[in-house]
Design a protein around this ligand. Sequence first.
Ligand SMILES: [Zn+2]
Length: 387
Amino acid sequence: MPTRGRFTLLTIRGIPVGVDWSWFFVLFLIIWLLSGFYRDILGTSQDSVEPYVLAVVSAFGFFASILLHELGHAVIAQRNGIGISSITLWMFGGVAALDRDPDSAGAEFRIAAAGPAVTMVIGFACLALGVAIDGSTFWEGAGFEENADISTGVAVLAWLANINLLILVFNLLPAFPLDGGRIVRAIVWRLTSNREKATIFSARLGQGFAYAFIAIGIVMLLFGDLFFGAWLALIGWMLGSTARDTANRSKLNTKLGGLRVADVMDSEPVAIPAGATVEQALDEYFLRYRWPWFPVVDAGQRFIGLLNRGTADAVPETNRNSQVVSEIIDPGGSTDQTVGSDEPLDALLANVELRRLGGLAAVDADGRLTGIVTLEQVGRALRDAAT
Ligand SMILES: [Zn+2]
């Protein structure tokens, strides 16, 4: 997916819409190919500018079609409580970046289907408009017969109807990560109630399609269709690697799924009592164990915060015997610094605090400290699951 060389064009519903540099290559190509195409169907002379104007209008129509398709996904995702960080248009179409995966099969289905639904509406709208303007001669134009005697505006509508139909059919192929593949995932997810199984199934199907795209692309290349052959093979290669990564992550999730935080944590954590003086904390904990931080617990073993070495060191020496640690810890961060010991381990994979601190305090339902789980322990569990 494009990340570099991207710049934002506009913001819609709070979503930055950007284009990748490769998009301009596509625009150029469309304008170049279409100007020749319009010259043929309209039967205009070589030096006429009309075909170029039509080609530019068509290219922008194409741009709008893809953007509306992605906005379809984005709006439905937002309605299902999922944020959209960006929409990017690039060489291979559009990408609406969802902040997270949908958490139900229904939401997955609705979000995946929304894009193709928008594309279908655009396609039919172009057809209806064309027929309304030109009547039955529109169909000749829509079939792209040469010298079809249709008005120029209608020729653009005909092209847009066709291209949207093509986008629709291509996106509905059950080739994950295409929309059709996501719809398959949603259906299998609903049928099996197992998200990971559904993901692996649709990703495998996606890989199959990807190999087919590559094979067909290579055949086209060999038969001289260099551009579309290369394009299809490249799309196949990209879809295949995304599908493979997704399947691998799902397999990992399945293996990790049975593991809880309690299974990997150190269940005999060293904790500083809230009533200890800073002097005691430094002597009996920091100097002895040389760890960068310790959990602090109250008399009932409840976790009340973390004490950093730096915070303890910063207390002036004359105060260290009188000041107790509960006074110098930051209670505000305490919820970010804990994880339920019954939580599944994969809940920790994206945890920012775990990465920052190198570990988190594990607590039970009553907030009592039950252990310390470190980044290293999570990493080891991941490596074990991956092999
Ligand atoms: Zn889509």
